[in-house]
Write a protein that binds this ligand. Structure first.
Ligand code: ADP
Ligand code: MG
Length: 398
């Protein structure tokens, strides 16, 4: 039992007066490379991080679901039979429950309708769900997939749904897209469900074919630093939706179902056919897909030490072509590289959140100091900096 397990269990006991039937957890993730490629049917290479969200869950003898979180002031309770009235949330509207509760309740709603779920989910018992987490929220490390993955794993077992990990990832995504109303891809949920120690998940977002790629970070004498800029991003608003629209526009102009079907060789033609902004959005996605493929090959053939330039090129593409970086992210990347990082890039959806740097194991303090100093010199809020290692995906803890 971790301290987060203890916190979730304590919250459960405070709520119900008894012990949970079980404790499940799922991690956040860092995307090593492949940003905004997921909803373009492309490739991504995330890994699960040691930070986890925990759900302590037990059955109730009425048909109601109550969710509580250490992040929220009050629990939220609904009848199971009410879920189908609450969700899906109409496009552009806020969920009918407090937003945080739409993640776990949306998972319950989506699980009950999931293809391949056993009939048992329909008669599944009411539940109390207590959630605690040490995943930074809104930092681009996917606390959202972690809360979905922990809840989905718990309900899958307690409701005897019998879904596999990929089906549970889909349930999480559906909750996020349709219950919360955040138009995200499948990457985060797949990383949180499928992670393994020391491996990244090479995911084809079209086929959902997932292959583990050993990253060998520690064995190469390296470490991965996460630099959380503390600039909060919001998926459900603004730039993210605009970028998705630009990608759809670009694919339509190219006459293909998605940008996955456009190759680097097609870019000169794309440039002739579309306006400058749409073209640059397309160029980011197309070159980023290629960089994921290159990173997987380089990791397999040469090892982690050789992927630095690909990380740097990915950041430049997001900054200049996709325009989703912010000064804090650029500062973190530039300061880390100037302090000797092998590679660095912003990670996650952008407009805030975190950057990562691939560094020598013995340079953690040096690079951390350099990034802190650069933030101070620009009068930015101090970043939160820590190392991560590729870790296990969702599982039952107790
Ligand atoms: P990210 O996934 O990058 O952390 P998102 O905006 O996608 O950011 O998801 C963050 C949201 O997920 C929070 O605002 C909250 O609504 C919900 N959430 C995440 N973790 C928890 C938690 N432990 N308890 C309650 N809600 C949570
Ligand atoms: Mg998220």
């Amino acid at each position: 039992m971790t301290t987060t397990d203890d916190a979730a269990t304590a919250l459960f006991t405070e709520l119900t007066g008894c012990a949970p039937a079980g404790v499940w957890s799922a991690p956040g993730r860092v995307n090593l490379i492949g940003e905004h490629t997921d909803y373009n049917d492309g490739f991504v290479l995330p890994f699960a991080i040691p930070h986890r969200t925990v759900a302590a869950v037990g059955p109730r003898d009425d048909r109601r679901i109550r969710v509580a979180s250490t992040f929220a002031d009050e629990p939220v309770e609904v009848a199971i039979d009410e879920l189908a009235e609450l969700f899906p949330t109409p496009t552009g509207k806020a969920p009918a429950v407090p937003e945080w509760a739409a993640y776990p309740l949306g998972v319950a709603w989506a699980l009950r309708q999931a293809e391949g779920a056993s009939d048992a989910v329909i008669t599944g018992a009411g539940l109390d769900i207590a959630i605690a987490s040490d995943v930074p929220v809104g930092a681009g490390l996917s606390s959202s997939a972690a809360i979905e993955g922990a809840t989905a794993s718990a309900l899958n077992e307690l409701w005897e749904a019998g879904l596999d990990r990929i089906a549970l990832a889909r349930v999480g995504r559906r909750a996020e897209n349709e219950a919360v109303g955040a138009p995200t891809g499948i990457m985060d949920q797949m990383a949180s469900m499928l992670g393994e120690p020391d491996a990244a998940i090479f995911l084809d977002c079209r086929s959902l074919d997932a292959n583990l790629v050993p990253v060998g970070i520690a064995e190469a004498g390296l470490a991965i630093l996460v630099m959380d800029t503390r600039v909060k991003h919001a998926h459900s608003t603004g730039g993210y939706g605009e970028r998705r629209a630009a990608c759809e526009r670009g694919a339509a102009i190219m006459g293909v179902p998605s940008l996955r079907d456009v190759s680097v060789d097609d870019l000169p033609r794309a440039e002739e056919l579309m306006d400058d902004v749409t073209f640059r959005r397309v160029r980011h996605v197309v070159t980023e897909n290629q960089r994921v493929l290159d990173t997987v090959r380089v990791l397999r053939e040469e090892g982690a030490r050789a992927i630095g330039d690909l990380l740097v090129a990915s950041h430049a593409s997001m900054r200049d072509d996709f325009e989703i970086s912010v000064p804090e992210l650029d500062t973190a990347v530039e300061a880390a590289l100037a302090a000797g990082a092998i590679g660095a890039r912003m990670t996650g959806g952008g407009f805030g959140g975190a950057a990562i740097a691939l560094i020598e194991q013995d340079a953690v303090q040096h690079v951390t100091d350099a990034v802190n100093a650069a933030f101070a010199a620009s009068s930015f809020t101090a970043p939160v900096i820590f190392t991560v290692t590729p870790s296990a995906g969702a599982h039952r803890d107790a």
